[in-house]
Write a protein that binds this ligand. Structure first.
Ligand code: HEC
Ligand code: HEC
Length: 220
């Protein structure tokens, strides 16, 4: 058996680390701002998007996790996440532009969610209960068990949903419910959304829209 000396070992470790970091493409904020020129028509110059009741709401991107944003753009491109509008725009970006756009939006300060203000107290209370405690009778786990305290997100896998627009949150929950979105590896959201009633969806969407989002990640 060969003995790996200290020097050789740290060289090997160094090589492994380099291989790891080069897998995730490095993004650049200034280049990202340039690449996002075509996005502002819908996601707005401040990345805040817009709630469009009954329409295809444009999600807020400002302050979302960069790796989460990049994954979604790759998924739109490959068709893994199906949306005709976003496939068109994601197709205009190469891998580097996706990485750049993702860090650009992630470091913008989060803007407030829209669409929850007119909800009545009872609906908001129901939404808060689902978010924080779930509904054991319907086997619905609390949203915060994955999306973190206050729904402000945990790393790249569990996006922040607090301060997102109500119309977008409910559209996504309905998409999982009817199997038109299924791009997370274990389809965790599909299992949950299918157990939610239409009223549950309205309630939790309105409540999260009224909640403060996490601050944007400080990148660079
Ligand atoms: C014509 C309007 C429009 C334009 C332009 C547009 N988007 Fe979107 N975007 C949408 C809509 C609508 C959705 C929600 C899609 C869905 O329901 O799955 C979305 C979703 C997204 C998401 C997913 C967010 C999440 O929280 O999962 C990302 C990321 C995104 N867009 C990035 C971009 C980028 C980057 C550009 C520019 C290159 C862009 N979009 C241009 C309308 C647009
Ligand atoms: C078991 C873990 C888990 C639980 C519990 C959970 N989620 Fe999720 N959720 C996820 C994952 C993972 C994703 C990211 C999917 C992807 O990668 O596309 C997600 C994504 C979302 C999104 C899309 C965000 C965006 O920006 O597009 C919404 C909206 C959402 N969840 C709402 C909820 C609500 C409301 C609840 C509670 C009723 C909930 N989730 C409970 C795991 C969970």
């Amino acid at each position: 058996m060969k003995i790996v000396r200290g020097g050789r070992l740290s060289l090997l470790l160094g090589a492994c680390l380099m291989a790891n970091t080069s897998m995730a493409q490095e993004g650049d904020v200034a280049r990202g701002e340039a690449a996002s020129a075509t996005c502002v028509a819908c996601h707005q110059a401040n990345g805040g998007g817009m709630n469009i009741p009954g329409g295809e709401s444009w999600p807020r991107l400002a302050g979302l996790n960069a790796d989460y944003i990049a994954k979604q753009l790759h998924d739109f491109k490959s068709g893994e996440r199906q949306n005709a509008t976003m496939m068109t725009f994601a197709n205009m970006l190469n891998d580097q532009q996706i990485a750049d756009g993702a860090v650009y939006y992630s470091q913008l300060p989060a803007t407030p969610g829209q669409g929850g203000d007119n909800a009545d107290e009872a609906l908001l209370a129901r939404g808060q209960r689902l978010a924080e405690r779930g509904d054991w009778n319907a086997y619905i786990v609390s949203c915060q068990s994955c999306h973190g305290p206050g729904g402000r997100g945990v790393g790249e896998a569990f996006p922040g949903i607090a301060g997102q627009h109500a119309g977008y949150i409910s559209a996504q929950l309905n998409a999982w419910k009817n199997d038109s979105r299924s791009n997370d590896p274990q389809n965790l959201m599909g299992a949950i959304a299918k157990r939610m009633s239409e009223e549950d969806i309205q309630a939790v969407s309105a409540w999260y829209a009224t909640q403060p989002a996490a601050e944007g990640e400080a990148t660079q």
